[in-house]
Design a protein around this ligand. Structure first.
Ligand code: ACO
Length: 336
């Protein structure tokens, strides 16, 4: 008889740079105020990778090392690394091999996946499929972004929102009922018009003109993104709850992508789900794109008990969006 294996998160690591950029500091760069940013977004400060010699791969490797150190897992036992990012070190070559190199994962292969703020959830699902197929035993899924590399610090519409960071989780198989249970993922290509870095890719390769017009920075129609995020996260949460016969009281925690506290509160309100069971750390880190969800898992892992029902939901550029239902698994600790 074939026993179904679930892919379970068994360890979590994270990294944020030491340099803090507060709302007050942004007041001296653009026409904004701590009061406006706090009340409109919930963000108080964000972390910035302030070293020209470091990039996304370094933050990701620090997060992986943190995971390995805290869990006691042998780096040689890692089979594969999946990196979700929108800010790879280079357009070519991929960043995952650099992470394997920097974190000493000498037996791992790996690749990058870009689905913007939804990237971590998409990557988690791909990693889970590898584990469920029995082809690999240990996969590290990372969400990492150096948003400061693509943010225009003269544009108040965007520069107040984003920060840098990386989070990593270990996926292993489990024969108990814990692990990733279900995903609902969607895309809407019309969203491309409302949120993108227009230049530097194959449509508008880098040129003096694209730089002059600041097309290498993130640009957005904030209101459209705001409304679409609430709709997309709410609808996929409802769909996955219905498909798994979950009532709100069955869910122990919601981990939402951290883009704007008002988006998170609106989703919680739409689901009639209490905010004290919604994990929020946006005030410390801002929007770290693919890193927000694993950084939340890292920050709050002590609150999660084995078997807890977690609803994880994300929305991002593309548009990409979706929700994942998982049961929290037994975590490795050094003492094991
Ligand atoms: N400081 C002060 N005033 C500002 C700032 C700022 N940083 N930014 C905009 N304003 C002004 C606007 O110019 C406008 O002024 P006006 O009324 O004189 O025209 C006023 O504030 C209100 O602007 P709105 O755009 O209506 O403000 P809103 O409440 O929508 O907040 C925000 C803007 C924070 C960008 C919001 O729309 C948002 O969070 N959108 C989602 C964007 C997002 O998260 N993108 C990230 C990637 S996608 C994702 O992660 C989901």
């Amino acid at each position: 008889m074939i026993t179904k294996k679930n892919a379970t998160i068994t360890a979590v690591g994270g990294y944020v740079p030491d340099t803090i950029l507060t709302n007050k500091m942004l007041e001296s760069k653009v026409n904004t105020s701590d009061e406006w940013i706090t009340s409109r977004t919930g963000i108080k400060e964000r972390r910035i990778l302030n070293d020209v010699n470091l990039a996304t791969s370094d933050m990701a490797a620090f997060a992986v090392k943190n995971l390995l150190q805290e869990s006691g897992i042998d780096p040689k036992s890692i089979d594969c690394v999946i990196l979700a990012t929108s800010t790879p070190d280079h357009i070519l070559a991929p960043t995952a091999p650099l992470i394997c190199e920097k974190a000493g994962l000498i037996n791992a292969w790996g690749f990058d996946l870009n689905a913007a703020c939804s990237g971590f959830l998409y990557a988690l699902s791909v990693g889970a499929s590898f584990i469920e197929s029995n082809r690999y035993k240990r996969i590290i899924v990372i969400g990492a972004d150096q948003m400061s590399a693509i943010v225009n610090y003269e544009d108040r519409d965007t520069c107040v929102l984003f920060g840098d960071g990386a989070g990593a989780v270990l996926l292993e198989s489990s024969t108990d009922e814990n692990g990733l249970i279900d995903n609902i993922f969607k895309v809407d290509g019309k969203g491309n018009a409302f949120l993108s870095v227009p230049a530097g890719g194959s449509l508008f390769p880098a040129s003096a003109l694209t730089i002059e017009h600041k097309k290498h920075f993130i640009q957005q129609d904030g209101r459209t993104v705001f409304k679409s995020a609430i709709l997309g996260m709410t609808s996929t949460c409802i769909e996955i709850m219905e498909r798994n016969a979950l009532k709100t009281e069955d869910i122990d925690w919601i981990i939402p992508h951290q883009a704007n506290l008002r988006i998170i509160e609106a989703v919680s309100n739409n689901l009639n789900f209490p905010m004290n069971k919604v994990k929020v750390n946006i005030e410390k880190y801002g929007n770290t794109t693919a890193a927000t969800i694993p950084l939340c898992m890292w920050d709050f892992k002590k609150d999660f008990k084995e078997g807890d029902n977690l609803l994880v939901t994300a929305f991002g550029a593309g548009f990409t969006y979706g929700s994942t239902f998982l049961k929290w698994g037994k975590q490795h600790t050094q003492k094991l």
